[in-house]
Design a protein around this ligand. Structure first.
Ligand code: ASP
Length: 429
């Protein structure tokens, strides 16, 4: 990572000062990105078979619906609680620092007009629509299509059900002997697939240094530090909030609720965190997150359930970022248009930011795309997203790391909280 930034940043400066041509820099940057892309695509290649096989294996192994219910309940409570905590942290810092009230408007506007809005930000959807689409969209009309398109929640939903019915079939009293044998074969097939996917993940990890270097070089050569002149205070607010949440709140939860050692956990999670930072994709990082978490001692059935779900719906970093970004935009608007930012606005922003973080996919820049929902909930123009785009890549890298860090801590805490339950009651024999 340091080598990548160490080469990329000077290149960016040389280009800005005219010492090196823009073409030369962009050629180097795109070669570096090519190396990063190979690494990320290899990881992405593993995601769908890994989620399907790990969830089915994990749930079938649990052999007990009540246990699954408890695991699900605890995971959900953890996810909501930590996301809410992240939002509160973001609210605190953005109100204390108030970066939007100090922003230099001329610089900001010059930068914003040089950027293009992501096309998805054109049409804001209402809150109810977003929520309903999310819920109904969890049920795949065709599980194979969901798998082909990498649609996480429907894949998770179907795999969970398949795992549950494999378990019921294998242990059910009415199951015929032949049928039971066939179902056991099916379960073993997924177990085998899972074991091989984990091995493949380990092989891809060997490429992590090259991929991380490539992404860092590309990001630093093509973004540089110029954008931070107008958006420095805003970026600092996001970074400070993320730091407090990741380095204080989450470790305290790990220590006091999960009984784990934050420093050991951090050490085990390093490959996943570096990959999250350089790729800005929780989804792409998922194979590494699963591998690292299991190496740190989390039971397979727990990580199989907690992590794929977390990569999709638990995004503490994104939630915090949404709150800071939208309030920054509101503060800037208060400067120019006299927009009145009230307490009720802040509450609406906090609630919609939570939804936006649940709805954002684990891919680069998903958080910006979801921001239109939050902006339109308080009547701010959705085109205002343009104001913050210049520094979004760097903030995306930081928030994705926090997203993955939070998922991994969830796995460790839920592992601890479900450890001492009575062994599953076998239905048959
Ligand atoms: N890139 C983030 C992630 O993959 C989502 C976001 O844009 O906030 O977790």
């Amino acid at each position: 990572m340091l080598v990548g930034a160490g080469v990329g940043l000077p290149l960016n400066h040389l280009q800005a000062s005219g010492a090196v041509s823009a073409d030369a820099v962009s050629t180097v940057a795109s070669i570096a990105k090519g190396a990063g892309d190979i690494f990320l695509r290899l990881l992405q290649m593993l995601v769908v078979p890994l989620i399907v096989s790990s969830l089915i294996t994990g749930v079938a192994k649990m052999g007990n619906l009540r246990k699954l219910g408890r695991l699900g309940g605890r995971t959900f409570v953890f996810y909501m609680f930590t996301s809410a905590l992240a939002i509160a942290t973001g609210l605190l810092f953005v109100n204390l620092i108030s970066p939007g009230s100090h922003a230099e408007l001329s610089l900001l506007e010059a930068q914003a007009s040089a950027r293009e809005l992501p096309s998805e930000t054109a049409e804001p959807a209402s809150l109810g629509t977003v929520l309903w689409n999310q819920l109904i969209g969890m049920i795949p009309k065709n599980p194979l299509k969901a798998a082909a398109e990498g649609d996480m929640l429907p894949i998770i939903f179907f795999s969970l059900l398949l795992g549950v019915f494999i378990s019921l079939g294998e242990h059910g009293e009415e199951t015929e002997e032949d049928e039971r044998d066939a179902i056991t074969t099916l379960r073993k097939l997924f177990e085998g697939l899972f074991a091989v996917m984990m091995r493949m993940t380990l092989a891809v990890i060997a490429l992590a240094p090259i991929g991380v270097l490539g992404f860092m070089l590309h990001a630093s050569a093509s973004h540089g530090t110029e954008a931070f002149r107008a958006l420095g205070l805003y970026a600092l607010t996001v970074a400070l909030g993320l730091f407090v949440h990741a380095a204080i709140s989450l470790p305290l939860i790990l220590k006091f609720v999960g009984g784990g050692s934050p420093s050991n956990h951090f050490r085990a999670m390093r490959p996943a965190l570096l990959t999250a930072f350089s790729t800005a994709s929780s989804n792409g990082t998922l194979p590494l997150t699963m591998r690292s978490v299991e190496e740190s001692g989390v039971r397979e059935e727990v990580s199989a359930f907690v992590l794929p779900l977390g990569a999709t719906i638990n995004m503490d970093g994104t939630a915090l970022y949404e709150v800071v970004a939208v309030l920054f935009i509101a503060q800037v608007h208060a400067q120019t248009t006299g927009f009145d930012l009230t307490l009720s606005h802040q509450i609406v922003i906090a609630l919609t930011a939570l939804l936006a973080s649940i709805g954002a996919a684990g891919i680069p820049h998903a958080g910006v795309v979801m921001m239109v929902v939050v902006l339109s909930a308080v009547g701010l123009p959705t085109s205002a997203v343009g104001l913050i785009l210049a520094v979004d890549r760097v903030l995306d890298m930081a928030r994705t790391t926090v997203n993955v860090w939070s998922d991994s801590i969830a796995a460790s805490v839920v592992n601890e909280l479900t450890r001492d339950e009575p062994a599953p009651v076998e239905v048959a024999g």
